[in-house]
Write a protein that binds this ligand. Structure first.
Ligand code: ZN
Length: 200
């Protein structure tokens, strides 16, 4: 008999064999699940704002009798909120050379973005600490933005540690002392980082 903790964990995050001769059954609830396909292990993530399928570990040595998948990232919104991102860029410029941060959330009911200023507890030229906002019921974290002051826009090893395990878009704004700031964005999928273009 399965240990009740393992039973709960496996129900919350199941692993599914991808059928080779029929459609894969769609996810029923928000969360994530692992998929065993012919070429390895994939993860499927479903949020009110996101449906993504992405490989975790691919292999071609063993012929496994399962179906195939393709990479997929689909957002529920049409485009990133350029007005709110611009607001953050202006705040980051004002805060420079000290780092700055904000969250931008998305309401699954209204389809509206919201600028969530952070309760910053410590900010310096190479560190930013804040209290994570408590979100409303229909609200999801979509964009986690931070700035690098006068440094470039990139994701540091510390950013990688901070973003591991999260499902969100991380954005970094750099060169805040220059006339044109630098921006970098990536989709964070539970430890997988997928570079994506910034807002247009
Ligand atoms: Zn950073």
């Amino acid at each position: 008999m399965l240990n009740p903790i393992d039973k709960a964990l496996q129900q919350a995050v199941p692993t599914i064999m991808v059928p080779a001769h029929q459609e894969l059954c769609p996810m029923q609830d928000y969360g994530h699940r692992y998929l065993i396909a012919a070429d390895g292990i994939w993860v499927e993530v479903l949020r009110p704002w996101l449906h993504a399928t992405w490989p975790v570990a691919l292999q071609s040595s063993v012929a496994m009798p399962y179906g195939t998948l393709s990479r997929k990232v689909k957002f529920s919104f049409q485009k990133l909120p350029i007005d709110l991102i611009s607001r953050f860029c202006a705040e980051a410029r004002a805060a420079s050379p000290v780092e700055h941060g904000t969250w931008i959330t998305w309401n699954g009911q209204s389809g509206e973005f919201r600028y969530r200023g952070l309760d910053i507890t410590h900010a310096s030229e190479d560190e930013l600490n804040y209290i994570r906002p408590v979100l409303d019921e229909d609200e999801s974290l979509v964009l986690d933005l931070h700035s690098h002051g006068e440094g470039g826009a990139y994701f540091s090893p510390k950013d990688n540690r901070d973003d591991a395990g999260e499902v969100k878009i991380a954005g970094c704004i750099g060169l805040c002392d220059q006339s044109i700031q630098e921006q970098a964005y990536r989709l964070c999928l539970l430890g997988i980082f997928i570079p994506i273009p910034g807002p247009k």
